[in-house]
Design a protein around this ligand. Structure first.
Ligand code: AHM
Ligand code: MG
Length: 336
């Protein structure tokens, strides 16, 4: 039979989230409005990333971000767009961005109950060569009645209501979980809408790929070194794993989610807490992994149980296929 030439029933991300919300009679559409503003930010960044070469947006903005790295123009732009979109949604009260040292407390007249933690443009070292980059976000809610406080975002990842990322790659893909599985939506540029293309994503139980910056190997701890050795020289007769490492967390995690395998950003002697940030990198990706049937582990505990003390805190992270993370957990347990 011929493939359907034109799909006529389009499940947009807005329609999808509205459907989800109708299962919760108490919800007043606030989440849908919030998400629409996040989606707007993603569409803007997508278009800016695609035009980056043309518009001479590439290059240094002459500013340095909180972590002391040189900030690219696109980072600055993306951050401003997200902050403004989120504030104007009227549904947020606290915003934490990788690009801003301090959290943003939304003024009372524009305040809502959601807290959004995000990295507006992750993987910025990949901008200039056109490799995939992305936006990562997580959403919390403050307690009814209370004044927004920093403690409202210093919560374990398991308290997130939703998490997701948008990947600016060969296509623009938004992957979202509202706590009931994981779904992927692809931007149809002619419609300007994200359409459900990857319903109910489940990560393979075991993978054939490992993903890590091996340039840091000399500083790794015992369990990480043993695990990677096992990937390359398995002693149980299983085939060696393939190595894939893009250096853009969104792209590396997206591949891991779809193909299976494990992504590692471990601790090392130079960076005892690894590199990736708990609130807006580790938590959202760990949330998605668990929702897709995988696991996320810090080397000490389930990643989503971590209670951050600072908004820009870092943590080692091992995430991916259930069985693969099980192996690394066993190696850390044997250490103790
Ligand atoms: P960034 O926030 O400065 O872009 O850094 C985060 C990125 C992640 O996307 C990626 O997983 C990691 O840094 C790669 O780090 P490394 O270059 O040390 O391998
Ligand atoms: Mg980042």
């Amino acid at each position: 039979h011929a493939a359907e030439a034109h799909r006529t029933d389009l499940m947009t991300i807005t329609r999808y989230v509205l459907n989800e919300q109708s299962k919760h009679p108490e919800s007043r559409g606030d989440f849908t409005i919030l998400l629409n503003h996040i989606v707007l930010g993603c569409k803007f960044v997508c278009s800016a990333v695609n035009k980056a070469g043309l518009a001479k947006l590439i290059g240094l903005a002459g500013e340095t971000n909180v972590q002391g790295e040189e900030q690219k123009k696109l980072d600055v732009l993306s951050n401003e767009v997200f902050i403004k979109a989120l504030v104007s949604s009227g549904r947020t009260c606290i915003l934490v961005s990788e690009e801003d040292e301090e959290a943003t407390f939304v003024e009372p007249s524009k305040r809502g109950r959601y807290c959004v933690v995000f990295d507006p443009l992750d993987g910025s070292s990949n901008i200039d060569c056109g490799v995939s980059i992305g936006t990562i976000f997580g959403i919390y809610m403050i307690k009814e009645g209370g004044e927004p406080k920093l403690e409202d975002v210093l919560q374990p990842g398991k308290n997130m209501l939703a998490a997701g990322y948008c990947m600016y790659g060969s296509s623009c893909t938004l992957v979202l979980s509202t706590g009931a599985g994981v779904n992927g939506f692809t931007l149809d540029p002619s419609l300007g809408e994200f359409i459900l293309t990857h319903p109910d994503i489940k990560i393979p139980k075991k993978g054939k790929i490992y993903s890590v910056n091996e340039g840091n190997a000399k500083n790794w701890d015992g369990p990480t070194a043993k695990y990677v050795e096992k990937c390359k020289f398995p002693k149980d007769g299983s085939p060696a794993k393939s190595l894939r490492y893009i250096g853009s967390m969104v792209a590396d995690v997206h591949r891991t989610l779809l193909y299976g395998g494990i992504f590692l950003y471990p601790a090392d002697k130079k960076s005892p807490n690894g590199k990736l940030r708990v609130l807006y990198e580790v938590f959202p990706m760990s949330f998605l992994m668990e929702q897709a049937g995988g696991q996320a582990f810090t080397g000490k505990q389930r990643a989503l149980d971590l209670v951050p003390k600072k908004i820009h805190e870092r943590s080692p992270i091992f995430l991916g296929s259930y069985d693969d993370v099980e192996e690394i957990k066993a190696l850390y347990a044997a250490e103790e």
